[in-house]
Design a protein around this ligand. Structure first.
Ligand code: ADP
Length: 349
């Protein structure tokens, strides 16, 4: 165990050194130690050295590609678009949005966390929350998933991560959103592939870089459906871990009302209550799929002349009942119980 820990530390230091060398930051200046002799902020000075693209041509190319393909400039998710999740919204407001508006107040003990994990069943609004945070803070939104990291377009995943954080620092304030973080930073094990171990180490180095520099306004938001598979070292760095649960009755009701808003329908409040009653265990995306399916009901089997005249019958409970047969909940009770237990043990708001 000791040897493997030493090897891990050595790998960490090597990755930090590479990162600095590529950004041409003198090691002497960049590496500092805290009073326990641990290396802190291995990449912190790089921001102030380079306000522009990296002097390393390969990294500069990657940075350009990231700005073109990973930076999402079309953020339009507003808080009100996200139904329910009041507690998560409140936490994110306090942890990220207020500090971004009043940075001088949120320092020291009040300093915002640099890593947040949103966990829970798929399709519950984790991505939407991250996007809403970025648009509220007018932050650059950089979104990566394991598909991006293994994409041939970007080449070496480790270098991509390095370039990603470098772009995030340059265009700060930034939100780096890592979707399905478990598939990128899953538990370390003997069988873990050498390349994915190096990738994980690079992430750790970069996350430490942004968290040890209070001037850096870069935050990492990671989303996962399998929080139990995340490596402990990564979990520690994602200091706030927020459970994003399935929508409750009120939230599902709000979703149906909102999604049906601009459509011709004949749904009484009692009908909507019936829909809510039959959609226990449905996620937000299940609800969207259900409403889409119900909206197709009145146009199905409609004669072309009626379609051309736009004579479409209103959507009614009957269409929802049909849709409920096709669209089933994607989360089971056992899975939910598991999340609740994990939340009790590791959730931190
Ligand atoms: P996750 O990242 O948790 O897997 P997403 O944020 O990508 O889920 O949500 C998928 C889709 O489901 C969204 O595009 C939206 O249509 C719908 N959705 C999920 N949760 C909500 C919510 N709380 N409010 C409104 N729509 C939601």
């Amino acid at each position: 165990i000791l040897i493997s820990q030493i090897l891990e530390k050595a790998e960490y230091c090597k990755a930090a050194k590479n990162s600095l060398e590529e950004q041409k930051v003198p090691l002497r200046r960049a590496v500092t130690t805290n009073n326990r002799g641990q290396i802190v902020s291995p990449v912190r000075n790089s921001v102030h050295v380079n306000q522009n693209l990296s002097p390393n041509p390969e990294l500069a190319n990657l940075e350009r590609a990231i700005e073109g393909e990973i930076v999402d400039r079309s953020l339009s998710v507003k808080w009100d678009d996200i139904a329910g999740l009041e507690r998560a919204k409140e936490m994110l407001r306090e942890a990220i949005i207020l500090p971004s508006q009043f940075p001088h107040i949120f320092t020291g003990l009040r300093a915002p966390p640099k890593g947040i994990m949103l966990f829970g069943p798929p399709g519950t609004g984790k991505t939407m929350l991250a996007k809403a945070v970025a648009s509220q803070c007018q932050a650059t939104f950089l979104s990566v998933s394991s598909a991006t990291l293994t994409s041939k377009n970007f080449g070496d995943a480790e270098k991509l991560v390095r370039a990603l954080f470098s772009v995030a620092r340059r265009l700060q304030p930034s939100v780096i959103f890592i979707d399905e973080v478990d598939s990128i930073l899953g538990s370390r094990s003997d069988s873990q592939h050498e390349a994915s171990r190096r990738l994980e180490t690079e992430f750790l180095v970069q996350m430490d870089g942004v968290s040890s520099n209070s001037d850096d306004r870069v935050i990492v938001i990671a989303a996962t459906n399998r929080p139990q598979e995340i490596d402990e070292a990564v979990r520690r760095r994602l200091a706030k871990r927020v459970y994003i649960d399935l929508p409750d009755n009120e939230t599902r009701k709000a979703m149906v009302v909102k999604l049906m808003e601009n459509l011709s329908k004949k749904l009484s409040p009692k009908d909507i209550d019936t829909i809510v009653k039959h959609t226990n265990f449905y996620s937000g995306s299940d609800m969207t799929a259900l409403c889409k399916e119900a909206a197709m009901g009145p146009v199905r089997n409609l004669k072309p002349d009626k379609l051309s005249k736009g004579e479409i019958p209103p959507i009614s409970l009957k269409h929802f009942k049909e849709a409920l047969k096709v669209i089933r909940p994607s989360v089971s009770k056992a899975t939910l119980e598991f999340y609740a237990k994990w939340n009790e043990e590791f959730g931190v708001v």
